[in-house]
Design a binder for this molecule. Structure first.
Ligand SMILES: [Zn+2]
Length: 245
């Protein structure tokens, strides 16, 4: 299972690392440091949605690839409980184990998303209040501690890049991501409460969501090779975006 895969990678990892918090069922949420520590830091998060657990494997690849310039933190598996549900019981499950969609649980116009509901289930449930979920509040606390200059969220699928929220966002980074992946930068409407949305609205930093993999693939994507266009994404993006040395 993907949690065990990330956990054994964590145990063998020689660099700086930490546990940022625990899932609602008590699993550890791991973070790995890449590159330099003395410069402005990025945060990259993967497998926020359960059925998108293949992105955790992409994260491990990004960690192994490393960085020549810049530095920051990689969180491969934000939703370990949900990933287990997707891998063992309900392949299309997106939420955490409490049936809350973590990417609707952040404090950015919380509850105003077009599809938001309070009914627990595999997707679209916004939770009882912003950051009601252990996984979302762990990522909030870690982000407030690191104060990153940019964040990246890796999802599947559709080969699209989202960069804007409420009229704010940095299109330059989206154009760089387009160049790296061949994907298309888009504006989306009717969503709220996402990590990217919160970073842009509340922290005033650029934040990007990358929807990896062709839309013609079925959820859950099981082969990392389907995300080939994103293999070098983190390295090239961080080495070229902004002015951090
Ligand atoms: Zn997603």
């Amino acid at each position: 299972m993907i949690y065990e895969e990330v956990r054994s990678f964590y145990q063998c990892f020689g660099g700086k690392k930490c546990v940022i918090g625990y899932s609602c069922q008590g699993r550890e949420i791991y973070a790995f440091h890449l590159g330099r520590e003395t410069c402005a830091q990025f945060i990259a998060v993967y497998a926020v949605h359960a059925r998108e657990w293949i992105t955790a494997r992409l994260a491990l690849r990004h960690i192994k690839t490393g960085l020549q310039r810049g530095g920051g933190w990689v969180i491969p598996l934000l939703n370990p409980d949900g990933a287990l549900i997707s891998q063992t019981a309900y392949p299309l499950w997106k939420a955490n184990a409490r049936g809350v969609d973590l990417n609707c649980n952040f404090d950015a116009d919380w509850g105003s998303g077009r599809l938001n509901t309070k009914i627990r289930g595999g997707e679209n449930c916004m939770g009882d209040y912003p950051f009601s979920e252990a996984e979302a509040s762990a990522l909030r606390d870690f982000t407030l501690r690191i104060r990153p200059y940019v964040t990246l969220s890796f999802h599947t699928k559709g080969e699209e890049i989202y960069w804007e929220y409420g009229g704010k966002g940095d299109k330059n980074g989206a154009e760089l991501l387009e160049k790296i992946t061949g994907y298309t930068a888009k504006r989306i409407y009717g969503s709220a409460g996402g990590y990217k949305d919160w970073c842009i609205q509340k922290l005033n930093i650029p934040a990007y969501t990358i929807e990896c993999g062709s839309d013609s693939l079925a959820h859950p994507i099981k082969k990392l090779g389907e995300l080939k266009k994103c293999y070098k994404l983190l390295k090239i993006f961080i080495e070229n975006y902004g002015k951090q040395a």
